[in-house]
Design a protein around this ligand. Sequence first.
Ligand SMILES: *[C@@H]1O[C@H](CO)[C@@H](O)[C@H](O)[C@H]1NC(C)=O
Ligand SMILES: *[C@@H]1O[C@H](CO)[C@@H](O)[C@H](O)[C@H]1NC(C)=O
Ligand SMILES: *[C@@H]1O[C@H](CO)[C@@H](O)[C@H](O)[C@H]1NC(C)=O
Ligand SMILES: *[C@@H]1O[C@H](CO)[C@@H](O)[C@H](O)[C@H]1NC(C)=O
Ligand SMILES: *[C@@H]1O[C@H](CO)[C@@H](O)[C@H](O)[C@H]1NC(C)=O
Ligand SMILES: *[C@@H]1O[C@H](CO)[C@@H](O)[C@H](O)[C@H]1NC(C)=O
Length: 423
Amino acid sequence: MKLKWESISTLHQNVFLVKVLAAVFITGLAFRFYAVRFGQVSVNEISDPQISPPSVIISENEDLLPIDIEVEKCDLFTGKWIRDPLGPIYTNGSCGVVVDSHQNCITNGRPDSGFLYWKWKPNDCSLPRFDALRFLQLMRNKSWAFIGDSISRNHVESLLCMLSTVEKPVEVYHDEEYRSKRWLFPLHNLTISNIWSPFLVKAAIFEDSSGVSSAAVQLHLDILDNTWTDLFPSIDFAIISSGEWFLKTAVYHENATLVGCHGCPQSSNITDLGFDYAYNTSLRHVMDFIARSNTEGMIFFRTSIPDHFENGEWHNGGTCKKTEPVNEDEVEMKVLNKILRDVEISQFERVVTEMGQEAGHFKLLDFAGMLLTRPDGHPGPYREFRPFDKDKSAKVQNDCLHWCLPGPIDYLNDVILEIIVNG
Ligand SMILES: *[C@@H]1O[C@H](CO)[C@@H](O)[C@H](O)[C@H]1NC(C)=O
Ligand SMILES: *[C@@H]1O[C@H](CO)[C@@H](O)[C@H](O)[C@H]1NC(C)=O
Ligand SMILES: *[C@@H]1O[C@H](CO)[C@@H](O)[C@H](O)[C@H]1NC(C)=O
Ligand SMILES: *[C@@H]1O[C@H](CO)[C@@H](O)[C@H](O)[C@H]1NC(C)=O
Ligand SMILES: *[C@@H]1O[C@H](CO)[C@@H](O)[C@H](O)[C@H]1NC(C)=O
Ligand SMILES: *[C@@H]1O[C@H](CO)[C@@H](O)[C@H](O)[C@H]1NC(C)=O
């Protein structure tokens, strides 16, 4: 029995009535099936797609959330992409300077637009189209933080674009390097921060702005990066993630002692512990911090999202040329992505088990499978403005890691809003 609501009215009085009607409806269905099939019918067999579920009319008032109606549990992360003639709720023109130019694929001249006309459909329920007004109303006086690497930035820009169809955000803060930023939606007093912390732990990074490194990263696996931990207590909603940065060459410290490295030259005599050791240890400290924090906020841990580089990687000519989603059985997650995700899920599950009842405010967002089937959603060569204008066969660096805006990453927000509204 699925109940769908876009809005509630006088719900509290109506809940009982709805339940009675629903019960009558189910009984009626069961009877009909029984009558038609002359056989034994269990309630599970009642799934006639012809019969639409009863709808409940619901108002926009957030005080009247339907806490006491039971919705069928639906795994929002398992499903497929289906064609959607409506397309995205915003365009390359409606979002302004919020979008990083490297992800502004349409403006950069990406010629195909078919990748915009797919929506995420969970197997066991339908996912309502993102309602920016509803999100803003629910989030009045709230603060959000997206904590992590450039995929977090990509995600926050997607959300800002979707919300800007109702209210334009105002940038109210940026750090010296414009890596952490904060926006305010003045009419709704909603604050959204993007906190640059690619490792989540303390790191000394020796890289210029184009990602060319001059020395190995120095990582302190047991000291959390205070750019996010300082802000954490004041946050109502946070989405925390990490991942790909741990694949870099790095020297690891624990307890103020050099303990090992990953990818360092053999001549250095430092033990290569592997990036999985470092990621596991760092996430253990991150998760333990969240468990101990007694935060009232809702904290999401997002698993890392696989890339789609083919025939190479970032620096050696990898590309992603597909223009449509692929089937689940046509793609396999790369080994490195699998290792990262296994560490993430095992550390999350460990801490949630330890937290017991208190874990209700700590949730996993596992979009890996959903986005694995969207190799078509990346900028590819269109991370640069009109890359082939001068020379049709120009050699251009491709981006098969970040996501075009608009693009498939927008659907993360549909899922997140659904989780917030319907648990
Ligand atoms: C949106 O993309 C189209 C097609 O590339 C382009 O003509 C237009 O100028 C873009 N709009 C903005 C505001 O970038
Ligand atoms: C905005 O929200 C904060 C809480 O996040 C609250 O302290 C503040 O009073 C609100 N400001 C206005 C103008 O409503
Ligand atoms: C938001 O904050 C303002 C000022 O503190 C308060 O008057 C208002 O009731 C709050 N609204 C919500 C929905 O919490
Ligand atoms: C950290 O180092 C100090 C001094 O070197 C030592 O006493 C302590 O036991 C170490 N702690 C851990 C957890 O290894
Ligand atoms: C590495 O270890 C070997 C053998 O223990 C030693 O001979 C060499 O000097 C060490 N190299 C460095 C750079 O410490
Ligand atoms: C990660 O750490 C846990 C302890 O928190 C340990 O049981 C597990 O074996 C470690 N996994 C890896 C891949 O190092």
